[in-house]
Design a protein around this ligand. Sequence first.
Ligand code: 8YV
Length: 316
Amino acid sequence: MPYQILTNAELAPWIMEMLEAVDCQIHLWNEDGPNDPALLESADGFFVYGHPAINGAMLDSMPNLRVVANQGVGVDHINLDDAKARGIPVGNTPGFVDGATADMTFALLMAAARNIVRGDHYARSPGFIHYDANILHGQEVFGATLGIIGMGGIGQQVARRAAGFDMKILYHNRNPIPAIADGLGATYASLDDLLAQSDFVTLNMPMTPETRHMIGRRELTLMKPTAILVNAARGGVVDHDALVEALQNSGIWAAGLDVTDPEPLPRDHPLLGMDNVVIAPHLGSATRKTRIGMVTRTIENLIAGLTGQDLPSRVV
Ligand code: 8YV
């Protein structure tokens, strides 16, 4: 009898093939309900795709569930206490997303600093009829000060890239990690010092109750008017009303956003109308290679949980 696996979204054919190859039969679970009670009863495991809310009520609706496998490192959409209380292991994909997400952090940083999107629009427009050395002056990345908030795997990869741009690197983390940071040439700073001194601030921390709205009005006011904020973490770590204000009133110079709150933003949200915002639809880990790594680890976690083994990447 194949393992009965529920998932919250249509999975791509190549993911389905990988799951079927390890004897998993996939069924669609509707986050907004209702779901067939027989289907819920039959569920052995749950493959989490994207960010559906996984909580105690949802887990209780699946009495035979043995594992929750999240395709991604961030687990802020999963109530870990609820899973733990029910003895259901939760797996994620740490490490697999680090390089690609750091690449994306840097891509947004560069794009915002050097007017790539504005420049692209202008270069295509009828208005571009002669070269002008006096337009679209950006912020220099080379030799600037970068403040990394969240020095986990992704933050460390961002620091490696920054070293190649001769940047001075500051970081803020729950705890200083000199054994790692020293090797990366990164210096620990308090949040306020980092914000005041940095030309670029990248957000690479997990979304937790402690980091929610960590960047708000007060923090944005501390930043330089020429500074650029890049968020490749979760939208919720930034107070978006405060961000709109700062961008509208020259509190900061620009923002590069891979994530927003909510996600997607309502189509009439002010951030979408600003040309000092470069925005991507949550593409941090969206490379073929990284996706394969993530899916592979998600399935390894799933099978481990189904067979009563230790999950290779277990959160709780
Ligand atoms: C995923 C992410 O694409 O790993 C994460 O936490 O944010 C992304 O890399 C996303 O979680 C979808 O599963």
